[in-house]
Design a protein around this ligand. Structure first.
Ligand SMILES: Nc1ncnc2c1ncn2[C@@H]1O[C@H](COP(=O)(O)OP(=O)(O)OP(=O)(O)O)[C@@H](O)[C@H]1O
Ligand SMILES: [Mg+2]
Length: 477
């Protein structure tokens, strides 16, 4: 860790087998704001790249155990974000050309003057800093599938298409999905792509507001309507007039209030608490829940008539574990953002970390991934996130052909029956492009069986993975 006053200094690796030359180069770098280390062979240089994660490598080509081109090749193969300056002897320009082709940033011909050395070195550092900024910028914008979403998996592309076509109309959108799958950004995307985008989006979280205040929260109240109602107050419906009203966690809404909401949905008319008169609001409704709405209907906790009024355009957000490489795209995005925010140098993940990310089941979905990356960036230093930096749950994940296997570690090829069933059902959903009703039909089971099983799997997996210590949660929504 190379911290000075909260800023991390870049690591520089010098690979030169001639001790006198090496001494001279280190002298050139003496006043530069960087941390230097020196190696004399290809093998030890590659070792240092793994442990020190340098930003710039100053590389001699003729080394005792092999050619410096092997170091370049290693950096290129692993797509490491390092600028390499190659140093060649006079008369071996061919080597320099070959090194540039192999991905070197620049070359210096020996003997090198201090001025030339420092100018080339500064350019390389400058390039590294630019590269970090561009990565952060691209991470933030270029991978967005649909306002706010990152990820281009097939299942998410069909979600983006539904959002885009639903946004144009006033039809009510009903979003379901496990916790942390992005239901709130989905609601925001529907609003921001709709013709109502210049009007307010008002969010009512039905789980966060006490039951007795909920009616007033939605419809407002008049002065004196209840103890504490000291003045007239507009409700969410009035504030969202002309725009979008988003009922988050709708399944938590009280049955009595559901009847009042039904009336509003049917007629656009409502009454403030304590008011004899009726008011009108023109709102587009979006609802979300992480419960299985059909199970809520069956259990008598959700009014059927209201459900059918609201369930006009259903959007099912798939769990992160079914979104192919989206987990990597989102992780990269988060890494760049967190690195900028925390003033760290992280730019990428080592290949084995990517494998673990794809193998893990992410029961807390995107939110859990975000928290995990944030923790890594806060607690560690370097440019590459390595396996050692991961929380124990991920680091110790048994990986079997790219798939996480929560099974007995002594007989690793036998997975529990629930997991085998889960894989078959998730595969069917994937083959149906994320369409659960279609998959359920082909599997000859009901939609709600799938929802119920998914909740059960998430619990079982959480139990399994949290058997080892969980990462501390650093951020929450
Ligand atoms: N595809 C995505 N790309 C980038 N960020 C995402 C994506 N999906 C979710 N997020 C981020 O993950 C976090 C959780 O998303 P969100 O709050 O929308 O989930 P949710 O489904 O509403 O969760 P809950 O059911 O727990 O309320 C947010 O910070 C959101 O910005
Ligand atoms: Mg939410």
């Amino acid at each position: 860790m190379n911290e000075t006053g909260g800023l991390s200094l870049p690591n520089i690796l010098l690979v030169e087998d001639d001790a006198i030359l090496a001494q001279a180069y280190l002298e050139f770098l003496r006043d530069e704001p960087c941390v230097t280390s020196h190696r004399m062979t290809v093998a030890s240089a590659i070792d240092a790249i793994g442990t020190e994660q340098p930003e710039v490598v100053l590389l001699d080509l003729l080394l005792p155990d092999s050619t410096g081109l092997d170091v370049l090749d290693y950096i290129k193969r692993n797509e490491l974000p390092i600028s390499v300056i190659v140093m060649t002897s006079e008369g071996s320009v061919d080597n320099a050309v070959e090194a540039m082709r192999a991905g070197a940033f620049d070359f210096l011909v020996k003997p090198v003057s201090a001025a030339r050395f420092n100018a080339t070195f500064k350019n390389a550092l400058e390039r590294q800093s630019l590269r970090r900024k561009v990565d952060a910028y691209e991470g933030a914008f270029a991978q967005s599938g649909s306002s706010g979403f990152i990820g281009a998996s097939l299942v998410m592309q069909s979600v983006y298409r539904v959002i885009a076509s639903a946004a144009a109309s006033d039809a009510t959108v009903f979003i379901t999905g496990e916790s942390g799958t992005g239901k709130e950004i989905c609601a925001t995307a529907v609003h921001s792509q709709s013709p109502r985008r210049d009007k307010p989006l008002v969010i009512v979280n039905c789980a966060a507001i006490p039951k007795e205040l909920m009616e007033s929260e939605i419809f407002g109240h008049v002065k004196g309507a209840f103890t504490g109602a000291t003045s007239n107050r507009k409700g969410a419906a009035a504030r969202a007039d002309g725009g979008t009203l988003f009922f988050d966690e709708i399944a938590e809404m009280d049955m009595a209030l559901q009847a009042k909401l039904l009336r509003f949905v049917q007629t656009g008319v409502y009454q403030r608490v304590g008011d004899d008169h009726t008011d009108r609001a023109d709102v587009r409704l979006v609802c979300a829940t992480n419960r299985d709405p059909l199970a809520e209907l069956e259990a008598g906790r959700f009014r059927e008539d209201l459900y059918y009024r609201l369930h006009v355009v259903p959007i099912e957000l798939p769990p992160l574990r079914t979104r192919d490489r989206d987990v990597i795209a989102i992780a990269n995005h988060m890494l760049n953002l967190s690195a900028v925010e925390e003033n760290k140098r992280f730019t990428t993940f080592s290949p084995d970390v990517e494998v673990l990310f794809q193998a893990y089941s992410w029961p807390g979905n995107v939110r859990q991934l975000q928290n995990t990356i944030r923790n890594i960036v806060v607690l560690h230093d370097g440019t590459v996130v390595t396996r050692e930096m991961l929380p124990d749950t991920l680091k110790n994940l048994p990986v079997d052909g790219g798939m996480a296997t929560p099974c007995d570690r002594e007989s690793p090829s036998i997975a529990p029956l629930w997991l085998t069933e889960k894989r078959a059902i998730e595969e069917a959903i994937r083959l149906c492009g994320g369409n659960i009703p279609k998959a359920a039909k082909l599997l000859d089971i009901s939609n709600s069986t799938i929802y119920r099983k998914r909740r059960d799997w998430a619990e079982r997996e959480q139990e399994f993975w949290t058997a080892s210590p969980a990462p501390p949660a650093m951020t929450s929504k």
